[in-house]
Design a protein around this ligand. Structure first.
Ligand SMILES: [Zn+2]
Length: 361
């Protein structure tokens, strides 16, 4: 199967390619239906493919579409992974478990967020406690998401953002915008006020199906940060925690962390991996986000702002809808042969290294 054929044109196409490849690999497949539908009335699912023995104690777990629209990349890598790690060729007691489209609503609607405008990767925190306060976001909220998304509205909003960047540096602007916030439900990088459907589903998968695991490698596919086509290995795990240490042991110095300034990512709140690792206390875990670059970060953030504006204030059946959705797609999916082959080349290399680490763990 050619690499291009692993990557899909939309969510439903991705699901079909994933299930075909899973069946071809002899996977056991389960599907969890989402309560809502896609923009064409299509049904939405999170699919789980399990290749290898049911009583495996070691596994690679891959996750796509944590940030919906980023699923083009993750789904393509998952389809290709079925060819890399076939049943019968996996080490003893080892499984490949692929969670396809954990945020299928965002994937189908070309959004980073889910059906509640929630960023799933800011949603994994204790919702009974006071939320972290993002002071930068508070100061810039009306400029990040202006009521008008026309030339005049944007010029005023962007002037305020640019002034903030000049005063505090561009990294601080990126942190303010993307670190996560819990105060503006229509805004961007909103972490929600309760565990979302996707959070509950993936937590249940980890709790109920991975309890017997002793050694796990978790690869969560992302896009939108860093150089075009390059895959950064981000360990969004507490610095010094056993899983963070193990991830660095296995993958070496190129592992970055948002918490020590080594990553293109801002420091984040409510991320998924520490929570998921916490659900498999008997397993030694390697955990990483494989984050691929697409466009410059301000272009990506502007696409996210436009999409948030569209869903908060815009018309979901208009030429502007189509223009903003096209921008979102290209901000999170490098729909080109060179991008796809670079993405899979890196994913294949990282998967092999993680598998070696899982086998030794
Ligand atoms: Zn992402």
């Amino acid at each position: 199967m050619s690499i291009n054929a692993c990557f899909a044109a939309d969510y439903s196409d991705a699901r079909a390619r994933f299930r075909d490849a899973a069946n071809g690999a002899g996977a056991h497949l389960t599907a969890i239906q989402h309560p809502l539908r896609g923009p064409r009335g299509e049904r939405l699912f999170t699919d789980v493919a399990w290749v290898g023995p049911a009583d495996a104690t070691r596994a690679i777990v891959t996750i796509s579409a944590t940030h919906g629209v980023e699923g083009f990349c993750g789904s393509g890598c998952q389809v290709a992974s079925f060819g890399l790690l076939k049943a019968g060729e996996l080490p003893a007691k080892t499984a490949l478990i692929q969670i396809h489209a954990i945020n299928p609503h965002g994937f189908a609607w070309l959004r980073r967020v889910n059906e509640d405008n929630v960023d799933l990767n800011r949603n994994f925190l204790d919702h009974t406690k006071p939320y972290p306060v993002n002071e930068g976001y508070e100061a810039l909220a009306d400029a990040i998401l202006p009521e008008r998304w026309d030339d005049e509205g944007r010029a005023a909003a962007d002037a305020k953002l640019n002034a903030y960047a000049q005063q505090n540096g561009p990294a601080k602007l990126q942190w303010a915008m993307s670190g996560g916030q819990y105060s503006h439900p229509h805004g961007i990088f909103f972490g929600g006020h309760a565990p979302t459907w996707s959070n509950r589903v993936i937590s249940r998968i980890f709790r109920e199906r991975l309890g017997a695991m002793r050694s796990l490698g978790i690869i969560d596919y992302h896009t939108g940060l860093g150089p075009y086509g390059y895959g950064e290995i981000i360990a969004a795990l507490p610095l010094g925690s056993p899983s963070a240490v193990r991830t660095r042991e296995v993958l070496g110095k190129e592992v970055t962390s948002p918490d020590d300034g080594s990553s293109t990512s801002a420091p984040l709140t409510g991320v998924n991996q520490p929570a998921l690792v916490g659900l498999v206390p008997n397993a030694v875990c390697i955990g990483l986000a494989l984050e691929y670059g697409t466009l410059p970060v301000r272009d990506v953030l502007d696409a996210v702002r436009a999409d948030a504006w569209l869903h908060a204030y815009g018309d979901l059946d208009s030429p502007q809808w189509r223009a903003i959705k096209a921008t979102m797609r290209s901000a999170f999916y490098g729909d080109a042969d060179d991008w796809r082959s670079a993405v899979w080349g890196r994913a294949e290399e990282v998967t092999r290294r993680v598998l070696a680490g899982v086998a030794a763990g």
